[in-house]
Structures are given as C-alpha cells and as structure tokens.
Design a protein around this ligand. Structure first.
Ligand code: G3H
Ligand code: 13P
Ligand code: ZN
Length: 332
C-alpha cells in the first residue's frame, strides 16, 4: 500500500471547496507521457494554480501504473524545484469502471478516483459508487461519480429518453452514494468531434462551425438542488481551430473537428463547476507541433527535436486554459 500522502499529493476536498466559493474551476488534464507531465507542472507552477493530473484506464495500460504513480511524485518534487513551496497536485483516476480498479489505484498512490457508473442502471450506479466511497474515505481519498450520459446533443434530439443529467435525481444520488463530486451531462462530449456539422450553424465571417450552447438551465437547476456541491464537466476541450488548421496544413486530416467554445467554459467555471476535464486539446497541441516540425525539418530524427516544441505548445495551451478560461491562477 502506498498512500498518496507519502508522494506529496493532496485529495480534492479542500481545493474544490475553495474553487466553488471563489468562482473558478480546477484544471483536470489527462496525461500519458513525460512531456505532458512536464508541461502540466510548468504551467501550474508559473500560474500558481492547483492542478489535477488524471490518468485513464487506457493511460495506465499504456504507460504502466507504477511509472505513472512515480511520475506524479516526480511532478510534486519538480514543482518544488521550480520554486513552488506548496504544490497542490492531485493524482486522479479518470473513468474508473470497477470497484477493483478504483481500489487498486487507491492502494497505489492515487489521491482521488472517479467511478463512472453512468451507463449502469441508476441503483447499480449508486451501489458501486457507495462501495468505492467507503473504501476511498477510509484512506482519505475523494471520489467523483457520474450521473447522466455524456453523448452529446445528437442523442438528445434522436432519442426519446434524455441522457442529460436529471436534476430531480442529484440529491438522492449524491446523498445515498456519498460521492464528493458529481460529473454531469449538459451537452459536452469526449473527443475532437463533439458535434456534427448538422448540429451547428456556420459563422458567415469565418466559415467556422458554431456549436449549439450547453444546457446551462440544467446546470443551474442542479446548483439549486445541491448548493455548493462540487460539479464536474467532462469533455471540455475547445478543439482550438488554429491547432486543427496546423494539423490539416501539415498532412493531417481532421475535417470539421469542433469543441466547446471557451466563453461557455468560462461561464461554467464561475458556477458550481469546479473541475473541468481537458484531454483532446493536449493531444491536438502535441500533434500540431510534431506535424509542423516534421514537415519543416524532414531530416530530424532525434525525438527531443520534435518533442520539445510539442511540450512548449502544450504548456502554452495549459497556461491559456488556467488563466483565460478556468481562472485558477494565483490560488496557491
Ligand atoms: O475521457 C477520456 C479521456 O480523454 C481519456 O481517454 O481513455 O483514450 O486515455 P483515453
Ligand atoms: P475532452 O475529450 O473534451 O478533452 O474530454 C476529456 C475528458 O473528459 C477526460 O475525462
Ligand atoms: Zn471524461
């Protein structure tokens, strides 16, 4: 058993309480590689922001759970080395799909876990979330749960049953499961294609797709039912069009990739939404820099030559999110 406390990590409890009260959101950046981790830490230290470094089941399989755990410990030590006296870094399991996986992460240095039972029947979701909460709380680890299915607007219009989170369920769910935060579905979705062109309008000036707005009415109803309770938004990449353009201009093929407009994430950050998940934007920033580099310097083959600009581009994106979108800067 390795407690996250031995690694210098913190859980989300205090950071979420401060974020909800202060009207900002904590960045939750997914990571799989050394360069992503370095860029996240540099961005968090330079902006004096708390940060959640999150790992999916796929990331654990890709990078190895033991390595990721010590990378998180390395992140804390690196932040101190960069001059941050009191780093507030969470190592979080993203989309845990079983009690066993959540337990394994808790036993191996994670300070926060998500049990994602959103696709399960309601009672089954409560039952397993509660089981995770009981184990996690015994180790002072915090638990994120999910209610409502993140599938995007398409399902909302094509399905007779809404997949958006039902505000009338949130009090019962959070009370009975005992979760510390709740991921909700209000129209965001994972990946770089969040909406089809048919769901969007087109800006006549730029020719860009303009997606439909998030369901802020549902968010506000949930806030009224659960005053001060930490709410999480998954699928919150903005899919920056300049990165998509760079990728497409250098041999990539990402037609009509579209994300959540940053103004809407800015608005959400001021509400009870206190954790915003971003993965795809990091993938896009990394890929754009690498494609550009190879196109311009086809003779390069030392990974440092193309991973360095990739790391710098990700860092720039992380800083932009922290300062211009989530407002978590200057909070340490
Ligand atoms: O929500 C999913 C995250 O973007 C992680 O994706 O399972 O491909 O690592 P992944
Ligand atoms: P994006 O695909 O929008 O970056 O969402 C990431 C996420 O929700 C990770 O859990
Ligand atoms: Zn997610």
């Amino acid at each position: 058993m390795t407690s996250y406390k031995e690694l210098g990590l913190v859980n989300t409890r205090e950071m979420f309480a401060k974020a909800v009260a202060g009207g900002y959101a904590i960045p939750a950046f997914n990571f799989n590689t050394l360069e992503q981790m370095q860029a996240i830490v540099q961005a968090a230290v330079e902006t004096k922001s708390p940060v959640i470094m999150q790992v999916s089941k796929g990331a654990r399989n890709y990078a190895n759970g033991t390595i990721l755990r010590y990378m998180a410990q390395g992140a804390v030590e690196y932040a101190k080395e960069l001059g941050c006296k009191n780093p507030q870094i969470v190592l979080h399991l993203d989309h845990g799909d079983s009690f066993e996986l959540c337990k394994d992460c808790i036993d191996n240095g994670f300070s926060s876990v998500m049990f994602d039972g959103s696709a399960l029947p309601y009672e089954e979701n409560i039952r397993i979330t509660k089981q995770v909460v009981e184990y996690a709380h015994a180790h002072d680890v915090t638990v994120e749960a999910e209610l409502g299915v993140l599938a995007g607007v398409e399902d909302e219009v094509s399905s007779a049953v809404s997949h958006y989170t039902k505000p009338e369920e949130v009090v019962d769910f959070s009370t009975r499961s005992g979760c510390d935060s709740l991921a909700i579905s209000i129209g965001t979705s994972h990946g770089a294609y969040k909406f089809t062109p048919e769901q969007c309008t087109r800006d006549p000036k730029t020719g860009r797709l303009v997606p439909p707005p998030l369901a802020f009415d549902i968010l506000h109803e949930i806030e009224k039912k659960l005053p001060g309770f930490p709410i999480v938004l998954h699928g919150s990449s903005s899919v920056p069009q300049e990165e998509v353009d760079t990728i497409n201009a250098h041999g990539g093929k990402l037609p009509d990739a579209v994300g959540i407009p940053e103004e809407q994430l800015r608005e959400a950050s001021k509400s009870a939404v206190c954790k915003i998940n971003i993965d795809s934007d990091s993938r896009l920033a990394m890929t754009a820099a690498i494609r550009k580099h190879f196109d311009e310097k086809p003779g390069d083959f030392d990974p440092r030559q193309y991973l360095k600009p990739a790391r710098e581009n990700m860092k720039k994106m992380y800083i932009h999110k922290i300062v211009e979108v989530l407002g978590s800067n200057d909070k340490l």
